[in-house]
Design a protein around this ligand. Structure first.
Ligand code: ADP
Ligand code: MG
Length: 681
């Protein structure tokens, strides 16, 4: 496709994912140099990159720490030093006193004056105005062995092809006019060869209208791809789940609390979804402690009332067990048949569960990834609920959909306690409907957070002792210092032993990933029922664990954890009415990012705000956990920088699907290609 590119360069381009002229045109410069005018030497500031021209006043070889050639160049407005550590005799001669030179380089502070170190140098005649560049000089992101001149050459050819109509405009004129966007070809040309009057500041910040034009189209294409996926899914059938509501009423009557307004609203949305004869796909976001579990239970009952089976899946055994306990307490008395399926279950018990799932004996099953396995067959699966979704990949999301019967797909509800900033959610989960539980149950007091050096550990231990003697409970989380799980668990064991000794008379328990499931469960149960005062744990307690009487959370080496993880851990306390505290211990010195993170934790308890700050600190790939998978990687768009384009893109995607369906497929092909799996589900 790219003619005139040798095999070596073709291979290098391939490394950057460039295979066609279009790929090349979308490979945009990361920054620009201004070689379009000669700048007076007197106006230079450190950091400037500029073309200057002047007369050599002095050219000397110095023998200091390193031999160097120093050349003083003056133009009437001022003078500057050129410094060379490597030079030939011919170069030296070329820069003799009285010669006129034109140079390009970056200005630095030198020992006596500003300097250009190893600038590009060209000899010119005093009175002859040498040619300058007509456009800003693009600097491309590159790979080993590809020089900027090669890039300029290649993009030059590509732009020539563009002039012959190489890049089709896919957005309708009316859309461009409405959003005040330049045509694509114009934007691409400008970005590769910006005229001198364009703001380099705007360009290097990515906020230039031409850059936004491309980012807009890319985000739009991505949005369209997910919406097409969603439309396809919705076209399939799902059981319409409308029951008499009696089981739900019975559960509501038995709860010791009333649903919050937010819980009620989301429940209504779910009920409406489930009544449709097409599969619902909904993401419920709710901050830690907002009460998602009971909403899930009510949705499951809705399914059971209509005579179908519901499955609830959690990312860890510990969480799944906890859900099972909750469901047993809530649904057991209503006569609902519960089942349990985890990876550890083997042999006869597993066979028994599978039999009862296939025969319809189990109405609600709770479990882990084990629910996905091929040999798990349901009689009438109507609803799949996935808790703490950020740990499941999209593919797993798809796999459970295939467990429906007779060409039907179960409804799907995804719950996450890791709030995702709105614009990010709108992009990453455009194939899902979004619900928000944006209210905490009444009577919760915000957790107060302190950040403390680990040298004050004794005081922290004292604090734990006081809280526990007051009848409250505490967590002590040992974080990953060691890379190996075995060593982490060892560290947690040592910490537990040391704390048990320091806290004479208090009951100290320990959970970590290496305990057998039954032991883990026993410890958690003991903690939940108040038989343990202090629970020492690895980050296995990160998500979902619910012990309202626990009011103190100590996190060791908090500087090593990300914001969302810290927020999840802290969310284990503040679940009861009493004031809760979180102590973030760190080991100095604290890097600036870690300092910022701990500062955010101290300032706010709001998961959405924390998520937004996390996005700013770590970027979208990390926040969504997709950095490795490449699932959310864009060529031009930057989800952080281009956030405010997202709502516009979302509205436009709907309109294009309705009014200009013909441009949808080409847009997706251009920007998304086959990166999004169109598993035809
Ligand atoms: P999360 O959203 O983090 O999963 P949970 O479902 O674990 O939260 O709920 C946290 C705690 O709040 C549980 O003890 C639960 O029983 C309780 N809870 C849920 N809804 C309410 C409510 N409306 N009023 C009071 N407590 C509630
Ligand atoms: Mg939960």
């Amino acid at each position: 496709m790219l003619r005139g590119v040798g095999p070596k360069n073709a291979e290098r381009l391939a490394r950057l994912g460039i295979a066609s002229v279009q790929d090349l045109l979308f490979h945009l410069p990361i920054r620009y140099q201004d070689r379009t005018r000669v700048v007076p030497i007197g106006s230079l500031r450190p950091g400037d990159q500029a073309v200057i021209q002047g007369e050599v006043e002095l050219a000397d070889v110095r023998y200091g720490r390193r031999r160097s050639l120093l050349v003083r160049l003056a133009d009437g407005s001022g003078s500057i030093m050129l410094r060379f550590f490597y030079f030939s005799a011919a170069q030296h001669a070329n820069m003799s006193r009285g010669a006129w030179l034109r140079c390009f380089g970056e200005v630095r502070n030198g020992p006596v004056s500003y300097e250009l170190v190893h600038p590009e140098v060209q000899r010119v005649a005093e009175d002859e105005p040498a040619e300058v560049e007509q456009a800003l000089t693009p600097i491309y992101p590159t790979t080993e062995g590809m020089h900027q001149l090669t890039w300029r050459d290649l993009t030059g050819h590509a732009l020539a092809l563009l002039a012959e109509g190489g890049l089709q405009e896919l957005l309708p004129d009316a859309v461009l006019a409405k959003h005040d966007m330049p045509p694509l070809a114009e934007a691409v040309r400008l970005l590769h060869r910006p005229p001198p009057d364009q703001s380099r500041l705007l360009l290097s910040g990515g906020g230039h209208p031409a850059q936004r034009r491309l980012a807009f189209e890319e985000l739009l294409a991505h949005q369209l791809s997910l919406r097409v996926l969603r439309r396809r899914q919705r076209r399939r059938g799902a059981p319409s789940l409308a029951g008499d509501g009696l089981l739900q009423q019975a559960l509501l009557a038995s709860l010791p609390f009333q649903l919050t307004g937010a819980q009620q609203r989301v429940l209504e949305q779910l009920r409406r979804d489930l009544m449709q004869p097409h599969p619902a796909l909904r993401l419920v976001q709710g901050d830690v402690g907002s009460g998602k579990t009971v909403v899930a239970a009510l949705a499951a009952l809705c399914c059971v009332e209509a005579g179908h089976q519901a499955a609830l899946m959690a990312p860890t055994e510990l969480l799944a067990e906890q859900h099972l306990q909750n469901f047993a307490t809530w649904l057991g008395p209503l006569g609902v048949e519960l089942g349990w399926l985890s990876g550890r279950q083997k042999g006869r018990r597993r066979a028994g569960t599978l039999g009862r799932l296939a025969g319809g004996g189990i109405q609600v099953v709770v479990g882990t990834h084990a629910l996905f396995q091929d040999d798990v067959v349901f009689e009438r699966l109507g609803l799949v609920i996935v808790d703490e979704q950020h740990r499941f990949g999209v593919h797993q999301r798809l796999a459970l959909r295939e467990k429906g019967v007779a060409g039907q797909v179960p409804h799907q509800l995804v719950m996450t306690a890791t709030p995702i900033p709105r614009t990010l959610a709108m992009t990453a989960y455009a194939d899902l409907d979004l619900s928000l539980i944006d209210e905490l149950p009444p009577g919760r007091t915000p957790v107060s957070t302190v950040v403390i050096k680990d040298s004050r550990r004794d005081q922290v231990v004292e604090r734990v002792a006081m809280a526990c003697r007051d009848g409250r409970q505490a967590y002590w989380v040992c974080t990953l210092i060691e890379e190996s799980v075995a060593l982490q668990c060892q560290a947690a064991e040592d910490t537990a032993a040391a704390l048990a000794e320091a806290l004479d008379g208090l009951r100290v328990g320990l959970v970590h990933g290496r305990l057998r499931a039954a032991d883990k469960e026993a410890v958690m149960w003991a903690f939940k029922t108040g038989q343990i005062d202090l629970l020492v744990a690895t980050t296995v307690v990160e998500v979902g664990v619910d012990v309202p009487n626990a009011s103190l959370m100590v996190i060791e080496n908090a500087e090593r954890l990300g914001l969302s993880q810290l927020h999840q851990l802290r969310g284990r306390v503040g679940r009861g009415a009493q004031q809760s505290h979180c102590v973030l211990m760190y080991h100095p010195p604290l890097g600036s990012v870690a300092q910022e993170r701990l500062g955010v934790m101290r300032e706010t308890n709001d998961g959405f705000e924390i998520a937004q700050r996390d996005l700013e600190i770590r970027g979208p790939g990390e926040v969504l956990g997709t950095r490795q998978t490449g699932e959310m990687q864009f060529r031009v768009a930057d989800l952080l920088r281009d956030q405010e384009l997202v709502p516009r893109v979302q509205g436009l995607a709907e309109r294009l699907l309705a009014d200009h369906p013909d441009c949808v497929a080409p847009l997706i092909r251009r920007w998304v290609g086959d990166r999004v799996q169109y598993a035809d589900v």
